[in-house]
Ligand binder design. Structure first.
Ligand SMILES: Cc1cc2nc3c(=O)[nH]c(=O)nc-3n(C[C@H](O)[C@H](O)[C@H](O)COP(=O)(O)O)c2cc1C
Length: 358
């Protein structure tokens, strides 16, 4: 072990005392889409992370696709998140908000019967998680070209709201088959306007969103998450290597705080993913990288030591180990996460995982 994880690093405006990042984790415990006091406690418990990235947070009601996900588009939500950021800052932590629009991964039940929106009217295979249970995805409504400036404005406003709520920055969710990823890939984007067709056109919306969010926050407070090898939410692309090489070349000069890459996961490989190698992405991008996906401390050390990444995010391990940094440092055993309590519910499997005995 080399202890790379415990060396400090600067990501944009943020100085991290270690390279252990809490990955964004949807937990569906925010009734009426408003952050709760239980969420304050959950994030407070995890404040020793080098950086916390919050659960994906809808930027507009149309961006909602799962029950009880906390938004960032009204004052009650800003007030709720303010308690979260204060709790984390009181513990000397740092926290970014993940900005989310689900696009087609939703259901009319979330939108008073209106159709979810997407680049193109193509239904995802699979089922939406709705307040009344699982229901088949519907064919979404294709966004008109004239509507796209409104979408960009919703990201911009959400970033402004996030700063008002005291966040240290925002992470644009460009991964996992949600709206911005749907625009990137030709499996979901078959538009014939300036936002579809060529790779350049498919990257346009995401780059416009990045620019708008940077204008509000400054680049040093903006991260971006991508999943170049992802198949989750029925995603596919004819040439992800070309797509992401182009996109990363466009992103490099933006000088973001970081780029956050989800590695090919076991499920992606099972679903026939065209894997884009991390080494290729590292070369294509000039800036700080966080990677995520199936890492433990040893693999994370290796990834940093070999120069493949600058920091590593941990998802499921952070669900079960609020004191993950201390446990890694002590080489202590880890709590085992319980998937039955990942989504929805109360403090069980949320704020009741024990810290190490003193
Ligand atoms: C319960 C759960 C919720 C998740 N929610 C989000 C999310 O809101 N946003 C996101 O980008 N990824 C989300 N992910 C993906 C994780 O951030 C991470 O990429 C994934 O769990 C792989 O990392 P790991 O092997 O360290 O868990 C979620 C994963 C899990 C298990």
């Amino acid at each position: 072990m080399t202890n790379q994880l415990f060396t400090p690093i600067t990501l944009g405006n943020c100085h991290l005392p270690n390279r252990i990042v809490m990955a964004p984790l949807t937990r569906m415990r925010a009734p009426d889409n408003i952050p709760t006091d239980l969420m304050v406690e959950y994030y407070r418990q995890r404040a020793t992370a080098g950086l916390i990235i919050t659960e994906a947070t809808p930027i507009t009601p149309m961006g909602i696709g799962y029950p009880a996900t906390p938004g960032i588009y009204n004052q009650q939500q800003i007030d709720g998140w303010q308690k979260v950021t204060k709790a984390v800052h009181d513990q000397d932590g740092r926290i970014f908000l993940q900005l989310w629009h689900v696009g087609r991964i939703s259901h009319p039940d979330f939108h008073q019967g209106e159709l979810p929106v997407a680049p193109t009217a193509i239904a995802a295979k699979g089922q939406a998680v709705t307040p009344t249970g699982m229901q088949a995805f519907v064919v979404p409504r294709a966004l008109a070209t004239e509507e796209l400036p409104t979408v960009v404005e919703q990201y911009r406003q959400a970033a402004e709201n996030a700063l008002a709520a005291g966040f240290d920055g925002v992470e644009i969710h460009g991964a996992n088959g949600y709206l911005l990823d749907q625009f990137l890939r030709d499996g979901t984007n078959q538009r014939t306007d300036d936002f579809g067709g060529s790779i350049e056109n498919r990257c346009r919306l995401l780059l416009q969103v990045a620019e708008a969010v940077i204008a509000v926050c400054g680049a040093g407070r903006v991260g971006l998450r991508l999943s170049p090898s992802g198949t989750f939410n029925d995603m596919s692309d004819s040439n992800p290597e070309a797509l992401f090489s182009y996109l990363l070349a466009q992103l490099s000069p933006l000088d973001l705080a970081y780029l956050h890459l989800v590695d090919a996961l076991e499920g992606d490989i099972r679903h026939g993913a065209k894997v884009v190698e991390l080494a290729l992405l590292r070369q294509a991008y000039q800036g700080k990288l966080i990677v995520c996906g199936g890492y433990d401390a040893a693999r994370a050390e290796l990834a940093i030591a070999s120069g493949l990444t600058d920091a590593v995010a941990f998802g499921e391990l952070y669900i079960a180990n609020p004191d993950l940094v201390a446990r890694f440092q002590a080489n202590a055993p880890l709590n085992t996460p319980d998937p039955s309590t990942y989504y929805g519910g109360d403090e069980k499997g949320y704020t009741d995982y024990p810290v190490m005995a003193a």
